[in-house]
Design a protein around this ligand. Structure first.
Ligand code: NAG
Ligand code: NAG
Ligand code: NAG
Ligand code: NAG
Ligand code: NAG
Length: 305
């Protein structure tokens, strides 16, 4: 009796999660949103809040109805500044930041010819979201509760085990989420960065980035493009020496293969944790609180290199 009951629960759990998957042969139309299993994130096509009248459509992941913490900032100018440039749609990942779609009749689906997830703009060439580089029959796309968009293939004849082919956490844009790693992989010689938007209303890859320091890889660094980089200082008990990121607990991990930083927050602190580099080179938390800044408007915070 006990065993049968458990099986029933497992099946229920399984079919529920299917609603948060896109299978080969299914499609997401512009206007449809794919919701993460937790209900916390959405995946779909959007127009940034900073350009509400623009016809440019982007594919990405954003927070689904976060509770806004920016009002807890006491400096009203800073709140206004933050709100004007940070999306009120809390976008955390963009698939096609350099390749916007110019109309509202696209679909997103797995391309049968190569197994990749692509945007199919009506009558134009498809724009690839993933590059998995293999012809696969049974591919599924899911948005995990962490906000990570993942592409899986089940091993043949074995539905219980699946293989991760691609994940959006490996292609960060301007935002670091909990469970995401900002890292250096020594085996493949690759370093990951958060890369700012170009301007407050242009999502293209901009001038500023955040990553590990070139020389001091146990620290994070905002690269200010010749204006003097902003470094975090060392990490002690989850806090950086020079950066005050209230409520966020950071970890540093290193071995022969890789080094990375990640962080966690408790739900009590915020419903939409994010560490984001703005177009002006300012690193901000979910409240818009400035952590480090390259901005000329913030000269006091800029140290020379
Ligand atoms: C994969 O797709 C091809 C072409 O549609 C089909 O012939 C083949 O049987 C499929 N293989 C599996 C394992 O589904
Ligand atoms: C799936 O593969 C795993 C690992 O090879 C194996 O342990 C498991 O028994 C397989 N399950 C099925 C249903 O074939
Ligand atoms: C951060 O990385 C460590 C080491 O791999 C891991 O144990 C921890 O769960 C990670 N934290 C989050 C929030 O993912
Ligand atoms: C990093 O190391 C290189 C080579 O040793 C040196 O030329 C450079 O000035 C260092 N950069 C910083 C920011 O310390
Ligand atoms: C860090 O930020 C929090 C929240 O803004 C503030 O209350 C606290 O005083 C700051 N701590 C330091 C050391 O600046």
């Amino acid at each position: 009796m006990h065993v049968r009951f458990s099986c029933f629960l497992l099946l229920m759990g399984h079919s529920y999660s299917f609603r948060h998957k896109l299978w080969q042969g299914e499609e997401l139309k512009d206007g449809d949103e794919h919701v993460s299993a937790s209900g916390k994130f959405k995946f779909g096509l959007f127009t940034p809040s900073s350009t509400p009248y623009s016809s440019k459509r982007y594919v990405g992941v954003w927070y689904n109805k976060p509770t806004d913490r920016t009002k807890s900032l006491y400096n009203e100018d800073e709140v206004r500044y933050y709100r004007s440039q940070m999306q009120s749609l809390k976008v955390v990942w963009i698939a096609n930041r350099n390749n916007p779609i110019l109309h509202k009749s696209s679909t997103i689906r797995i391309d049968n010819s190569d197994g990749n997830l692509k945007i199919f703009p009506n009558g134009e060439n498809p724009v690839a979201i993933t590059l998995v580089g293999a012809i696969r029959n049974i591919t599924s796309v899911s948005l995990l509760k962490s906000g990570n968009l993942v592409v899986h293939v089940p091993y043949l004849n074995n539905g219980s085990i699946k293989h991760l082919l691609w994940q959006s956490f490996d292609y960060p844009t301007d935002t670091l989420l909990p469970e995401m790693k900002l890292r250096i992989n020594f085996l493949i010689g690759h370093q990951w960065f958060l890369q700012s938007w170009l301007t407050y209303n242009s999502l293209e890859q901009g001038r500023f980035n955040v990553g590990m320091g070139l020389n001091v890889t146990s620290q994070l660094r905002v690269s200010c493009r010749g204006k003097g980089d902003q470094t975090s200082g060392d990490l002690l008990n989850g806090k950086f020496k020079s950066w005050n990121i209230s409520g966020y607990k950071f970890s540093y991990f290193s071995n022969e293969q890789e080094k990375y930083f990640n962080y966690s927050v408790s739900e009590d602190v915020t419903s939409f944790p994010m560490l984001q580099i703005d177009w002006n080179g300012g690193l901000r938390d979910d409240r818009g609180q400035s952590i480090a800044s390259c901005s000329v408007f913030n000269p006091g915070k800029c140290k020379s290199a």
